[in-house]
Every structure is written in structure tokens, then in C-alpha cells.
Design a binder for this molecule. Structure first.
Ligand code: PNS
Length: 162
């Protein structure tokens, strides 16, 4: 069976922490699908459209036949099945991520027991990064150059008009 993994997330926007997880996980799989959540999230509206988020990830990564980037709607387990994926990748930064990730793990396992979820511990230099913090820094006029790929920094500058 081909080893295909899905790395799902909001990626609003993608950070150097996400890119690190992608680069570390790619060698473990024959194919890695980066799946941008396009389900509406009224509690936390996205800054970037799903198309923009996909485009930023594509531009931030070296092109590789092993990597696919696209958006998805609906349940993650259904999307993974449609893509023939048997693994889900997630990153963990701190203990505070654990509860949310554990709940998601248990629920996804109930929905599809055949799907295995694999967790990558953050590299230390990215443990402080989150898309929310990046957006706040950019909104308030701070530089995000050390935290996100150049294409994302440019988009943030455009978005907030600096
Ligand atoms: O980057 P995020 O916001 O932590 O990613 C969360 C994401 C997109 C992985 C999660 O919300 C998700 O899988 N959404 C798709 C809908 C779904 O399957 N919900 C049930 C999860 S148990």
C-alpha cells in the first residue's frame, strides 16, 4: 500500500513552523498532501481566502512531485479517504496544543479507525510561532520576515497596507 499522508490545517497564513513540519515529514511518505481547510469558520474568520492560502504554500515550497497542495471542504476523514491517504500529520508546539489535538485524534479515530495520525514535535526555534500571533504582529506594523516565508510576508504587508 502506498504511504500517503495528509497535512491538514488552516494555514492562515503558513509559517516557517509549518514549512519545517512539511520538510521533516516528506521523506517518510511517498506523497504528502497539504490540505487547506476551506470550511467556513464563523468563530474565527480567515484573513486569507482558501485560494490565497493554497497559493502562498505552493510558492513557499520547492516544487516536488511528492507534494500536493489543495483546499478541502467537509470532514477531514472523508477527504483523506477520497485521496487514498492512510496517515494524517499534525504538529505539536506546546503542552497547550495537546488537549485540542488529543480530542481531534480521538474523534478522527472514531470516524475512521484505519486512519493513523502522526504528531511532529515542533523544532525549538519555531515553538513560539502561530498564525494568529503572526497576523497580530503584521496588523500592528511589526516585521514578520523571520517567521514566515517571503511570499507570506509580502501578502501580509499588502493586506495591512504597510
Ligand atoms: O490549523 P488548525 O486550525 O488547527 O486545523 C484544524 C483542522 C483544519 C485540521 C480541523 O479543524 C479539521 O480537520 N477540520 C475539517 C472538519 C473536520 O473534519 N472536523 C472534525 C475534526 S475532529
Amino acid at each position: 500500500m502506498k504511504k500517503i499522508a495528509v497535512y491538514p490545517g488552516s494555514f492562515d497564513p503558513v509559517t516557517n513552523g509549518h514549512i519545517d513540519i512539511i520538510k521533516r515529514s516528506i521523506s517518510l511518505f511517498e506523497k504528502l498532501i497539504i490540505a487547506v481547510n476551506a470550511n467556513p469558520n464563523p468563530a474565527k474568520p480567515y484573513l486569507f481566502s482558501a485560494e490565497e492560502r493554497v497559493e502562498m504554500i505552493r510558492k513557499a515550497l520547492p516544487s516536488s512531485p511528492k507534494i500536493e497542495v489543495e483546499s478541502f471542504k467537509g470532514l477531514l476523514v472523508h477527504y483523506a479517504r477520497k485521496k487514498g491517504a492512510n496517515f494524517i500529520i499534525r504538529g505539536l508546539r506546546a503542552l497547550s496544543d495537546f488537549e485540542y489535538e488529543f480530542q481531534m485524534y480521538l474523534m478522527n479515530k472514531k470516524l475512521n479507525p484505519d486512519l493513523e495520525m502522526i504528531y511532529f514535535m515542533t523544532s525549538q526555534q519555531y515553538s513560539h510561532l502561530s498564525s494568529s500571533v503572526i497576523k497580530e504582529i503584521a496588523k500592528l506594523g511589526g516585521s514578520t520576515i523571520n517567521f514566515v516565508p517571503p511570499v507570506v510576508e509580502k501578502k501580509l504587508l499588502e493586506k495591512f497596507g504597510y
